[in-house]
Design a protein around this ligand. Structure first.
Ligand SMILES: C[S@@+](CC[C@H](N)C(=O)[O-])C[C@H]1O[C@@H](n2cnc3c(N)ncnc32)[C@H](O)[C@@H]1O
Length: 318
């Protein structure tokens, strides 16, 4: 299935690109949003595009062929944003865009191991150059580490029980395929009588494994920090997230910058706040319309937040 770009209009509205500007697309995917960004900054502008998945990068390059002169492609994780951009001789940028998570080809190709609906290896790596796979996590991590991952990255209430059963079962045979592991999850999860099972009981654990394999939340935190340093005064940052863990990270990260504490007074009794570094452009997160969700069910959980940089960061204040 083709990847349909999510929340296209609000992305363009909040990136507010002008001709000649420099925009960073940290998650190029198949280049749907990038196409709009490249058009908006025009021939005098520049698009710096990160993508850690080589196959998506190749596809996006084909799609963006007519703009190739104005695009710098970076086949890397966006957690190295600052290093990679300054390495191109660029000191600051006008706008940065994140469209987190998976693209449709990831889910559709069973060989990538992201979907429990189709049989494939338990892989889940965005970047196959990396060593750690989901099967290695499941078959080698300690029981307590597995439980913590399922709890923290999957918000799974039965994390301890699941980790224990996984460790018992892998003594006899390692987990090798997505469908085999999904069936195992089905067999160990308690069945709630009378409740139609809309969500497969493996959903949260699959999310947790994917986040662990790709170290997604740490990469996001690091990249947000570097983004705030790379943006010009007046620069915009737009983030689309697809689950509450990512959205929470974005919201909390910018809350500090909208209302930066400068010092604790009377042993932390109250705090004096400094002048904001960033302002939020979206009081509430922007979500897709019913029409968009009907046309593209993958957009269902999308939340967009946008911010503008008001002044340079002072390391002594933050
Ligand atoms: C939701 S898709 C982006 C879709 C894109 N906006 C479009 O319109 O086609 C997310 C993409 O970001 C990539 N990605 C996810 N995390 C990344 C990271 N930390 N660094 C670089 N690319 C990443 C994934 O491989 C995937 O192709």
């Amino acid at each position: 299935m083709e990847h349909v770009s999510v929340l296209r209009e609000p992305v363009i509205k909040y990136l507010a690109l002008k001709g000649g500007e420099i925009v960073v697309d940290t998650t190029l995917g198949l280049g749907g949003h990038a196409l709009m960004e490249a058009k908006a900054v025009g021939k005098k502008g520049k698009l710096i595009a990160f993508e850690q998945d080589e196959r998506n990068l190749k596809e996006a390059k084909k799609r963006l062929k007519e703009f190739e002169k104005q695009i710098i492609y970076i086949h890397d994780n966006f957690r190295y944003l600052k290093n990679r951009i300054t390495g191109c001789g660029i000191k600051e940028v006008d706008a940065i865009f994140f469209d987190l998570g998976l693209s449709s080809p990831h889910v559709d190709d069973p060989e990538r191991g992201f979907s429990f609906m189709k049989e494939g290896p338990l892989d889940m790596r965005f970047d196959p150059r990396q060593k750690l796979t989901a099967s290695e996590v499941l078959n080698t991590y300690k029981e307590s580490d597995l439980a913590n991952i399922f709890y923290e990255y999957g918000e799974e209430g039965l994390s301890r029980m699941i980790a224990r059963k996984i460790c018992e079962r892998r003594k006899t045979a390692p987990f090798l395929t997505t469908t085999e592991f999904a069936e195992f999850m089905y067999s160990i999860m308690p069945y709630k009588k009378g409740k139609a099972k809309k969500v497969h009981p493996a959903t949260q654990v699959f999310q947790a494994l994917r986040i662990e394999v790709n170290d997604e939340l740490n990469a996001l935190k690091e990249s947000l920090r570097e983004s705030t340093q790379m943006l010009k005064k007046g620069g915009r940052i737009v983030v689309i997230s697809y689950h509450s863990l990512e959205d929470r990270i974005v919201k909390h990260f910018f809350r500090e910058l909208e209302n930066p504490p400068v010092k604790d007074v009377h042993e932390g009794l109250y705090r004096v706040h400094g002048e904001p570094f960033f302002e939020s452009l979206t009081r509430k997160p922007v979500i897709p319309t019913d029409e968009e969700i009907n046309a593209n069910p993958r957009s269902r959980s999308a939340k967009l937040r946008a911010y503008r940089k008001l002044r340079d960061l002072d390391p002594e204040e933050v």
